[in-house]
Design a protein around this ligand. Structure first.
Ligand code: ATP
Length: 239
């Protein structure tokens, strides 16, 4: 059901060795929502995404996915349940073709009807259709980012996690990418994204949180986030 809780994070803390980098994070994403987590370099955005997808074990707190506690599950089990991460830096397979990369996203999930699903991705990302048989390593950074998202979507995830999708992209491509993300949400997708591109993300998000030095310092609608000075403070504070 649209509006049901997709992800609920309660009191989540994460560390590297003795140093705690996430402190008691509370956030939620409802089904059908596009939620942005904004924060400067080193705020803990990637660590949060890695914790949600089972790649980094939190030291405290709870992660509920569709009501189930998932923080003990291995990353592949979490992905198979439909909580799918598009990692920072894209991580496409450079020697494989565009279509082969997309097909890999379905591994372990929804392999029936895969050809049709790949076609839908190529419809969604025309730049990828033009280059469908090229090696992924030859794509531009922006095209690789589209490919990484298509690979994440082909499995028809319940929730898509996007780690800094705009990283390293030219402004025009960021605009194109964000337009696609808004279309995906309008089509019913549930998306949690972290990005430094605050204005871009606020323009399409239903709700947003500000992450500063490992803590959530604000949460609300884009208007509320813009009106509070917390966003600015978070960026300046971390600079
Ligand atoms: P960026 O935008 O630069 O990717 P971020 O908001 O994603 O930053 P994280 O990558 O989550 O931030 O890092 C949060 C903190 O944890 C930083 O202080 C970083 O130096 C530290 N950190 C990240 N990865 C490790 C690691 N593997 N070992 C030790 N410290 C780490």
């Amino acid at each position: 059901q649209k509006g049901d809780v997709a992800i609920a994070v309660e009191g989540l803390s994460a560390s590297y060795g003795a140093s705690e980098v996430l402190h008691g994070i509370e956030l939620s994403v409802a089904k059908g929502e596009l939620v942005a987590v904004l924060g400067a370099n080193g705020a803990g955005k990637s660590t949060l995404m890695r914790a949600l997808s089972g790649l980094h074990r939190p030291v405290a707190g709870k992660i509920l996915f569709q009501g189930d506690d998932i923080q003990e599950l291995a990353a592949d089990r979490i992905a198979r349940r439909g909580l799918v991460l598009v990692p920072e830096g894209r991580q496409v397979f450079p020697e494989l073709s565009v279509v082969q990369n997309i097909r890999l996203g379905a591994y372990g999930r929804h392999t029936a009807g895969l050809d049709a699903q790949v076609e839908r991705m190529l419809d969604r990302f025309p730049r990828l259709r033009e280059r469908q048989d090229q090696r992924a390593g030859l794509l531009s950074g922006g095209e690789q980012q589209m490919l990484a998202i298509a690979r994440g979507l082909v499995a028809r995830p319940e929730v898509l996690l996007l780690d800094e999708p705009s990283l390293g992209l030219a402004p025009s491509l960021i605009q194109e990418l964000y337009t696609i993300l808004a279309e995906l949400r309008d089509g019913g997708a549930t998306i949690l994204l972290v990005d430094q591109m605050a204005e871009m993300a606020l323009a399409i998000a239903d709700r947003a949180y500000v992450l500063s030095s490992g803590a959530i310092v604000a949460g609300g609608t884009p208007e509320e986030i813009r009106d509070s000075r917390l966003l600015e403070d978070a960026y300046l504070g971390d600079a």
